[in-house]
Design a protein around this ligand. Sequence first.
Ligand code: TYD
Ligand code: MG
Length: 453
Amino acid sequence: MVKQLLFSCSQCGTNFGKWSGQCDNCKAWNTIVQEVPLSSGPRNSSIGSARGEIIKFSKLSATDKTPERTLSGVKELDRVLGGGLVDSSAILVGGDPGIGKSTLLLQAAARFSRLGLDVLYISGEEAVDQIRLRAKRLKLQESPLKLAAETNLRNILTTLDSLKPNLAIIDSIQTIWSDNLDSAPGSVSQVRVASHELITFAKTRNTSIVLVGHVTKDGQLAGPRVVEHMVDTVLYFEGERSHNFRILRAVKNRFGATDEIGVFEMTGAGLIEVQNPSAMFIGDRDKSTPGSAIFAGIEGTRTVLSEIQALVSPSPHSQARRTVVGIDGGRLATILAVLEAHCKIQFSNYDVYLNVAGGLRVSEPAADLAIAAAILSSKQGIVLPLNTIIFGEISLSGSLRPVSQVENRIREAKKLGFKGAIISKGKKKVEQSLIEITEFEDINAFINKLSLK
Ligand code: TYD
Ligand code: MG
């Protein structure tokens, strides 16, 4: 029988009958690669020839067992996991190369093993000596963790089956290959098969699995997105190489909230937890410059203050530039459109650069007012009130909408020594005794009061 060729997109996993330059599904260029089909023939697809087993069903009311969890003691990690590591769960940790995934997982693995869990750390990227060297640097050489360097899926599964560990860390999924397939390690089908087999193992044998995955430049996990669908939890480890802050973010979690972040600092002796990230993200407040606004945001269960920085300058280009880091570009476009339409402030001849200091990412609409304030402050060269936080959502009509958890935001600001808050007017009266609060109902009132026009 002639083996049929199969092509699939390494970004979204869609299969095609022939090669083409662009993926029809996700529109990415040069991502379609040739794959070897798993196996062909009727036995995969027909009902008749090989009978399956009848599935057992159970009642919804019958299961009242909550999954067991183990706390690692690394608070920032436990929080992101939704309160510790869930038994027999599958976790994917993604991030850019060199961001610190291996460091984080080696430290976490050492913690878990010291708590009495049987932990395996299987690396397909580094030799055992190299990992040992790293462990020494992290002062973890005494932990009872088991190390191995292996890339063969069959060997890994056989080992897991015989040792039955509580937790196995596979660093990274892109280096693992199955000898059932002809394609190279890292290819779509290899990543898919290896993940599937490892996750199935986790689900049936009471072992938790952590898969490490590399992320491409545009922020997607290299290899098919299907891995993200297969696991229970997807964590991203992000940060800028030039900064020491690292943020662990849950983007999917079947056992907890997805808006939690864990903040770490990369030091010479590994990653250390940052218990109070606000103090770190806002830096030196006394020397404020135009274009800087402090935003009090909610990240999961805690309040994090961050500095939003804007630079607005006359554009030499025919089409003005919009550059954002840590904020959605669409959000910036909306805010600029509102400022143009309702406040008659022109930006078409200005380049706008917007950035959240420290590598944090802000996605709450509550940041709108702080973003607008930073932009106008830079455009007019006016310093915003010192020691003051700003938050509020801007609606398309130019009015300011109330935001949630006002008291929490204000309390965090007070804790850090802030004296004032400029916020959108809410229905509930805010307690004035905390700090001086100025409320606005629409963006024009805010601009006039602060003379930002
Ligand atoms: P690593 O965990 O190897 O990244 P990944 O697995 O995501 O590719 O981290 C590598 C970087 O971390 C490297 O640039 C050196 C730095 N690092 C420290 O700064 N301190 C440390 O204690 C360790 C172990 C690494
Ligand atoms: Mg690594």
